[in-house]
Design a protein around this ligand. Structure first.
Ligand code: ACM
Length: 263
């Protein structure tokens, strides 16, 4: 299975421009089975208010972005996971949406909102989701979900072989933490982070790139630069994530002692 990661600097508020950029970048490679793109990659990140986030949010699969990605995933014969601002009823969510071969598959709504995101979005209300793509199970989590190891564990216990992890990181800790998330769960993780600086009336933020793919033994198979737009494609064997034996005497799941943990 070939996984493509694509990091770039979305232009704030310019959905159409960002869709064009996404199309151009991921069309540059052929034969990719699964593309993963950053968090909020169609809208940009630094909203000034909940009203502004809501005004840029779209319905899935009814809106313009969904129609565009349906077409793109059909043209490229691929699956795509991307971070978006989602409108659902009267609420706005920081979501990741999944498409495969011209079809909308589903939505994960970020559970653990980071800092000002609590002003702009409602938190996700459902358990972290696993999507079946062909014969592979893909778990999805978004950015700050990383700091709660329960998120990745829950996906791994649910059978996820690969975690698709769209991100908009401004701190340096996540990429290293995801090495551990891969190792402790025996899964592949693909953290796809945006780059660039966003300056809005209230604040400026610089995002840290370094998108990466990590294998079930915690080995980085790829890490991109901190500051340039780039795609990378890595071939993996998702079957490697099915074996949870850490050594002949230890099993990552069966050796847990949930009855002794304070949950
Ligand atoms: C983050 O969750 N965007 C840091």
């Amino acid at each position: 299975m070939k996984i493509g990661i694509c990091q770039f600097a979305p232009v704030f508020g310019e959905i159409e421009k960002n869709l064009t950029l996404i199309e151009r970048m991921i069309s540059s490679e052929s034969g990719v089975d699964l593309w993963i793109l950053p968090e909020l990659c169609t809208t940009g990140y630094l909203f000034v208010s909940a009203d502004e986030a809501s005004s840029l949010a779209e319905e899935f699969p009814a809106g313009r972005t969904a129609r565009c990605i349906v077409e793109l995933s059909a043209d490229l014969n691929t699956s795509i996971v991307l971070g978006v601002a989602e409108k659902l009823g009267t609420k706005t969510y920081n979501s990741a949406v999944v498409f495969t071969n011209g079809n909308f598959v589903g939505t994960y709504r970020k559970i653990h909102l980071f800092f000002d995101e609590k002003r702009w979005f409602s938190p996700g209300f459902e358990a972290p989701k696993i999507f079946q793509i062909g014969d592979v199970k893909i778990g999805v989590m978004i950015c700050f979900d990383w700091i709660f190891p329960e998120t990745a564990r829950s996906l791994a216990l649910g059978g996820a072989q690969i975690i698709a992890h769209p991100a908009n990181l401004v701190l340096p800790f996540c990429q290293d933490a995801m090495v551990t998330r891969s190792l402790e769960n025996g899964i592949f993780t693909a953290t796809v982070n945006r780059i660039g600086t966003e300056t809005r009336p209230t604040k400026t933020l610089t995002f840290t790139g370094k998108s990466q793919i990590v294998d079930p033994l915690g080995k980085r198979l790829e890490i991109l630069p901190s500051d340039s737009p780039k795609v990378a494609v890595i071939e993996i064997d998702p079957g490697k994530a099915l074996d949870k034996n850490f050594n002949p005497m230890n099993h990552l799941f069966n050796d847990r002692k949930p009855e002794l943990y304070r949950l």
